[in-house]
Design a protein around this ligand. Structure first.
Ligand SMILES: O=C(O)C(=O)C[C@]1(C(=O)O)C=C[C@@H](O)C=C1
Length: 311
């Protein structure tokens, strides 16, 4: 096992690799490209890598469900870091190819919806084919198996391709969020601007079950950053929820919310507390929900047990 090895969706030249290289520790790690998100995470589960770096959501296309499902199922994993990367696609071709000569175009399935309008306006008759990543699409073009690929401009040089068109994104501010995932370990210290992730299975099917779950956050003034439902696979209508909330497990309002969920839900999987990559600023803590407020309430309770509750 190599704690210093990080796996990521390859081959070389993916957005995942570009995002991973923004982490300071990447410079001292062995970065190993693998064929898929499950392969990256399985290497971690098997102890062959200390971390896997995977995309989890895109601001245009939404969740990367392969990652969601890996976090929900199988041997538990934990999130240690997140990275946000602006995504800008270019259309890459073999040198000399013109736009009219393009009959087939490829990309990762999460990329296609990000360039859909450009594709239908500029290459309405081209056939789109799925690649296992955008860099893999560039490799398919290099090998002559496809005419063009949507990928980062930086992939062109790696695969002997040229940039035919830059900035083909439908949305100017497309961003993908990536996670550094490892085996469960000690939660890093709070930074004051943290996020906590978990998977929650609904209390038995009854009116208001989801509301009960959400109330655990609401009554403690905890802001939710994301909620994604995924089918459990146990039958139509059976879902679990991946939830990201503001705050760190070491903060009382967050730990109390998780304990509340644990009491009412059949299963809760803690996925980690880690520094937020966005610099959206610190939200004021709602009065009555700070660590000091919880500590004062606990002290009061202890005094009540001693018959000194009014003090
Ligand atoms: O194919 C790549 O380049 C990747 O890194 C994968 C991935 C993803 O899974 O979302 C990363 C960013 C883009 O949103 C499109 C594809």
């Amino acid at each position: 096992m190599s704690a210093t090895r990080y796996t990521y969706l390859g081959p070389a030249g993916t957005f995942t690799e570009a995002a991973l290289r923004t982490l300071p520790e990447a410079a001292t790690r062995e970065l190993v490209p693998v064929a898929s998100v499950p392969a990256a995470l399985d290497a971690v589960r098997a102890g062959q890598a200390g971390g896997a770096f995977v995309a989890v959501e895109n601001s245009v296309e939404g969740p990367v469900t392969a990652t969601s499902d890996e976090l929900v199922n199988g041997t538990p994993l934990m999130i240690y870091r997140e990275v946000l990367l602006p995504i800008t696609f270019a259309l890459l071709v073999r040198p000399g190819t013109s736009l009219d000569a393009i009959k087939t175009v490829t990309s990762h399935p999460v990329a296609q919806p990000q360039v859909r309008r450009w594709l239908s306006a500029n290459l309405p008759d081209a056939q789109w084919e799925a690649a296992s990543s955008n860099a893999d699409g560039a490799r398919l073009v290099q090998e002559g198996r496809c005419d063009a690929a949507f990928a980062g401009e930086f992939a062109a040089a790696l695969y002997g391709l040229e940039v035919l068109v830059s900035d083909v994104n439908d949305e100017a501010n497309a961003t993908t969020r990536f996670l550094l995932v490892g085996r469960p370990g000690r939660v890093s210290s709070p930074t004051g601007l943290d996020k906590t992730s978990m998977v929650v299975w609904l209390p038995d099917d009854h009116p208001g079950a989801l509301l009960e779950l959400l109330q655990e956050f609401a009554v403690r003034g905890i802001n939710l950053m994301r909620i994604e439902s995924r089918p459990t696979g146990e039958g139509m209508g059976s879902y679990c929820f991946l939830i990201d909330c503001e705050g760190h497990l070491s903060e009382r309002r967050v730990s109390e919310a998780l304990m509340g969920l644990k009491r009412i839900c059949p299963q809760v999987r803690f996925l980690g507390s880690y520094p937020r990559a966005d610099h959206g600023g610190r939200r004021p803590v709602r009065p009555g929900t700070s660590d000091a407020d919880f500590a004062a309430a606990s002290d009061w309770l202890a005094r009540c047990l001693d018959g000194r509750g009014e003090i």
